[in-house]
Design a protein around this ligand. Sequence first.
Ligand code: ADP
Length: 742
Amino acid sequence: MIAARRRRPSVAASVSAIALAGLVTFVVGLALEPYLPHPVGAPLWATPAAVLAFVLATAVAEILRVPLMHDGAVEDLTFFEIVTVAAILLLEPRWALIAPLAGLAIVQLVTRKAPLKAAFNLGSYAVATTAAVVSYLIVCGTSPQFSVRGIAALLVGMGVFAVINTVLLAVILQAALGTSFRSVVTDFWALPVLMTLASISVGGVAVAVAPVAPALVPFTLLPALALWYAYRSAAQQEAERERNMWLVTLSGLLAEERPLASLVEDASEAVRKAFGAPLVQLLLPEAPTANVLVAACDEPVTPLRPELLPEGWTSGIAALLDLGTGRHGVLLLGDDSGSRGWTLGEQDTAVLTTVAASISSAVRGIEHRDALMEESSKLKAVVEHVSDGIAVLSSTGAVTLWSPAMARITGVSPSAATATSGEVPDPLVRLRSLAAGTAAHRAETAEVPITRPDGEQRDVSVNVVTARPADGDPVAVVTVHDITSQARTDRLKSDFVATISHELRTPLTPIKGYAQLLLARYDKMTDEQREHALGLIAERADHLGRLVEDLLMASRASGTHTLASKLASSPTPHDLRDVVAEATSNFPALGARLTVDQPLTAVPVFCDEVRAVQIVSNLVSNAAKYSPEDAPISVRIHPSEFGESHARVDVIDHGQGISADDLERVFERFYRVEDSLTMRTSGSGLGLYIARELAVAMGGALNVSSSPGRGSTFSLTLPRTEDGAKSTKSTGTADTAYARTA
Ligand code: ADP
């Protein structure tokens, strides 16, 4: 079920209804008046001069208003009631009706009240005044004015006046502000009652005294004046108290940590209430009209020229806000109700200037804080996303910042780095000692090996900068760059240079030696000797040629492209047994050490024969090189691998084997398990790298399994058909196979 909600009538509708009620009551009152009884013995006036005097008296009474602050809104207190009492007692009832209302109408016109306000004022007073006059006439009857009944009639009449006024005020406040009817009546009852009593005493006494002792009449008005002053100062005090309350609220708001937009909104509202202004605007320099308004402010608080007023405003003042570094905003206070609207007193200007200064410094503080937060979040993003590790260490070595990249490189988590107890991990020990060894305001760089908590060794380049922040202890900012792979490449390169110079020199020495021998002793040598020398030269030159070819091939693989993607091979169908037979025939010296285990029927493979023979030869040559001289080597052919798509050949030795750590690395360029300084065996570290690349280029694979000290098995897989070769290349089956068997 949907709860029914009572809709609030609009302000315009309520005002129209009140104005209409006023008009109707007034006309009916005038029509009824001749038929109602009139008090006897009263010198009731109806002369134009008397009526005019009352019209003017009403106007003056209405203008001498006392503003009363009430919950941030301003209520006006006037002497309208006193004049009404006097009019009832002195004028003929018809004129007692017309004169006060005419005076009121004139005031509305002269002070150019907003139409809605004017209509409400006239309407509500017309209803109240007519009801007061009519009820007075009815209750008084034909009794004398100052008889008990006459006084009672006056009380009733003015009581009716007060009740109607309060009720209509409640109606309009409910429509305008949603204030509950009840709360308005309970809040406002005291003032109308007092006003009624005061009006009757002052007005009544003045009228009663006038015929007897006219000279005393001004004195009878003295209590009214005293009352007026009392009200005025009470109202001022109340206003002051209300303002102080809002100023205290404002200072609380300004001290709070809050977003700029909400501060601007709440502070403006507090200022508006403190100064009792109907309208407020706080414009920061970014607001479109701020510049023009700032330019117009030649004083801290400047009245606004009409052309500068915000839309709908009829008057206003601007207080300048100094937001630092030449930036200015404005705080506008104003009114939309006509020329006799809200104004700022002399003293208020000084208070408003102070308020504007406080708001300015609060805004500056928030802007400063926001800028700092933005900077620090940028810095945080940099620290979090940069690939180098960043840490900040205090002078005691305590970690105050440990970036995610730092945790990644060193393997030390931020919580472990900042922990104050427990074992200090090796990377942190090294960084601390580097930071401690760096002199103040210096930057130093060092390359150090670190051992991560998981045991992994890494090489890092560490840069330490020590700095002393303006207001604190010196700190060391440490950046760490992981150079492990770069260091490894550097080591491989220097190993390679050592290896390759050895490799190139080895065949060159006999070539040079035999060539010199032939030059010097050609004639004295037998044909056999010459043939032997030339054969050796040719064989070493071949070896040199192969070595250079390997080097060229390896140098073709660079950047992200593997050699396999660059090697052009021209595969055709072959029998894998033929490939193996040709490869093993290159090693007559191995004799019975080398055995081949193969099926009786052909094993079809789709490959480039020269490349396939090169791979198998390389594997057999390695098997011989890395095993004891008498250890057997076997080559075994398996007709099918990966289902039916591939065939496989294993080269099995019983040599030194390869440790688990080196198992995959033997396929890297220039990687040799052996220490390049001792070099018991010769080699370039390129053979397996090239062999694997060739196998992949043909749609096959090369991998190894080994147990150190017991031997190794290298397995070459080749596609059986052209389709197999294609599917392997496109799906990468062979790569998956490495992972499974290696
Ligand atoms: P090279 O033999 O020229 O050094 P390779 O690329 O052929 O280069 O081999 C790389 C490394 O792998 C070798 O240095 C060797 O340490 C290791 N290796 C290769 N084959 C074997 C094997 N059958 N047994 C043990 N280690 C091997």
